[in-house]
Design a protein. Sequence first.
Length: 390
Amino acid sequence: MLLGQDDNLLNLTSAHLNIGLRGIPVGTCRTSFVTPEKGVHYCGYPISELADFLPEDIVYLLFNKELPNPEQSKEFVSELQSRGEVPSEINSILSPLPKNGHPMDWLSIGIHSLGMMASNNDWKEDALDLIAKMPRLLGLIFRYREGRGENIPEDDLSLNLVERFTNTLDLDNVDRNAMNKILSTYLVLHMDHGGGNLSTFAGKAVASGHATVYSSMAGAMNALSGPLHGRANQSCFEFVKKIGTFDPDEVEDFVRGELAAKRPVFGFGHAVLRAEDPRATVQFALGEKLCPDDEYFKTIRTLREVAPRVLSENPKISNPNANVDIASGTLLNYVGLTKPEYYTTFFGWARVAGIGAQIIDERVVMRDGKGIPIYRPKYIAEEQSLRHLD
Ligand code: HAX
């Protein structure tokens, strides 16, 4: 069945309905694209070439569509520092929130609250301000949620984004340099992933009605919090912990057991990629340098050898290789960020950059600066809803 004159041009049929818009083109994206072999590219650069950059440089890239030179990089770091102050009123909002609430719900409330206190009602100003305030907000969320609301260090605005977070968190007995390195890489790898992933799409859709960047981003974070989307990284590390061995035969038995029980083998497979995700490759290389003898790292090293072979036996599985989530939890855990329920908040922190840049593109750049109109996809009336027309 064709759906009408305009739809005819796109060869749309009823098979395209009620499938979550999968594969249906709805727009263009200026910040990133994903290819089956090399994964995500930011402004044309394959992600594998960007992994070691400072997160601030990649924010600059996503906003300006070119990498900064050393002077621009320095200036941009200072610009974000000057935007970083978080109003102290946020403390009394976060402190009474339910401690057993999911950190992603805290993050959404935190961003929304910042919007009420700090929005300038300007797309770019708000997007950059929010990026600059995220490290402190996230650090405060960790502290209040864990009952560590006393003696929080001042936000040191002379530090970079990642350092401001670890300074606020102020954990004892951790290697702060290793934590900063893992978080920097994590942020760069997760900042953007095309225009149609659920959280990015949701954020841009909310912004299309001219809600503020803060409200749009809170909506995006709610979308990201679902177990089928961003929260998969939490499940993935919980899965790795459950395996409890790095012996290849035992790991293979475990993988086969999960498949027989119709449970996913977390950390493997992808909707678009048809090779190992380069973001996984980068994190494995980092792990080999930092923590080759860590118990969980040994497990994922074995899993990386065993699972693709076992998953390949099922021809339905389009990509049996490792995805981005396989190693990130293991690395975060190794540097002292041991609670998987927080892992999606790091994902959210990173995505604020990509979603913010895409919101600006859609609001003030595209269509010769006119911006994209309010989102309004078409839904076809079902017979039931037409019943009273006759
Ligand atoms: N374990 C078990 N079954 C898997 C699988 C895996 N790792 N990967 C694919 N399959 C199954 C699918 O569930 C699907 O089964 P049905 O036909 O019964 O529905 C079939 O193989 C075909 O799937 P596909 O076309 O290869 O892949 P999809 O686009 O449907 O799914 C997923 C992609 C990532 C959701 C899937 O590979 C999966 O569930 N992986 C495990 C969970 C996981 O690691 N999630 C994190 C994803 C990270 C990410 O995308 N970041 O952006």
